[in-house]
Design a protein around this ligand. Structure first.
Ligand SMILES: [Fe+2]
Length: 179
């Protein structure tokens, strides 16, 4: 029994482990998208770099949740995650699937927040509201705008090349501005 544990329900403890699983799944999926973008017949270095960074960011989210689980006296369970797809129909299709993934993660964060409220756990609610829900909405807006810019250029040929080169040289803020 943890010495630190106070006002921390099993329901919230399980939900944190579930969220770790989702963050790790997102991390692995972004790693797979980055590998796809870096393959010789796709060769989009801007998107490759972007998704490698996204993958690391998701891994950091999982780490933060593991640290939080320990802080509260819960048991961090490190999950095995399902293997992501390794091929997409197009760059546009891969970015679309990333947007859907971010929305799925957001859905689970919202579910966690109401769960933590039901369990009268204001610390958990605070962590979710101040960090996770904010960052998640920012990520959704960022990928949505990236998607719009990709579509604006036509999503292939020269438009895609220019989009990717801008992403490579100026980063995501250079393509979409601040979110
Ligand atoms: Fe995340």
């Amino acid at each position: 029994m943890s010495l630190a544990k106070q006002n921390f329900s099993n329901v919230v403890e399980d939900a944190i482990n579930q969220q770790v699983m989702l963050e790790m799944t997102a991390s692995q999926t972004y790693l797979a998208i980055a590998a796809y973008m870096g393959s010789d017949n796709v060769a989009l270095p801007g998107l490759e770099k972007f998704f490698n960074e996204q993958s690391e960011e998701e891994r950091e989210h999982a780490q933060h949740l593991i640290d939080y689980q320990n802080k509260r006296g819960g048991l961090a369970v490190i999950p095995s995650v399902p293997a992501p797809t390794s091929e997409w129909a197009s760059a546009k299709n891969a970015v679309e699937s990333a947007l859907q993934l971010e929305k799925d993660v957001n859905k689970n964060l919202l579910r966690m927040e109401s769960l933590a409220e039901d369990e009268h756990d204001p610390q958990m609610v605070n962590v979710l509201r101040s960090k996770y829900l904010k960052e998640q909405v920012d990520s959704i807006a960022e990928i949505a705008k990236l998607m719009t810019q990709l579509n604006r250029g036509g999503g292939e040929g020269l438009g895609l090349y220019l989009f990717d080169q801008t992403l490579l040289k100026s980063g995501v803020k250079g393509v979409i501005g601040q979110v």
